[in-house]
Design a protein around this ligand. Structure first.
Ligand code: NI
Length: 136
């Protein structure tokens, strides 16, 4: 069931918000607000250490000594968390590895930090998502 409420905003903040809405092609302000609220709570859920899905992406030079062995070692330490991984040979030197993970937010963060911290990782990101079930 939908409930209505009104929001007071400074004019310039509303302008920024409306620009955001147009850029993201939201059909109306309500939909955009709902999305922002959900995102804020999903974020909180990670902090509360609930179950999340994550995608870790790494870019590295495969010539870096021992790096591939270390990456494999870390992933085996967390084998229960890893759902799948894909390796792409980007060019002559660089590799992209994308690892899909599931687990407690804290553990997923640890796993990601351990890999990204390895010498030779040029770029590393973790994106986490939660179903945010109770919010729908
Ligand atoms: Ni490669």
């Amino acid at each position: 069931m939908l409930k209505r409420f009104s929001i007071s905003l400074e004019e310039n903040l509303l302008e920024i918000f409306d620009k955001h809405i147009r850029a993201r092609s939201y059909t109306n302000r309500s939909e955009a607000i709902r999305d922002l609220i959900r995102k804020a709570f999903v974020k909180k859920e990670w902090q509360a250490d609930k179950l999340v899905m994550g995608v870790i992406s790494l870019v590295y030079d495969h010539h870096q000594p021992n790096l591939q062995d270390k990456l494999t070692e870390v992933q085996h330490d967390y084998h229960h968390h890893i759902i799948s991984s894909t390796h792409v040979h980007m060019d002559h030197d660089n590799c992209l590895e994308v690892i899909i993970v599931r687990g407690k937010a804290k553990e997923i963060q640890e796993l990601s930090d351990r890999m990204i911290a390895l010498r030779g990782i040029r770029d590393g990101h973790l994106a986490m998502s939660s179903t945010g079930k109770s919010l729908h």
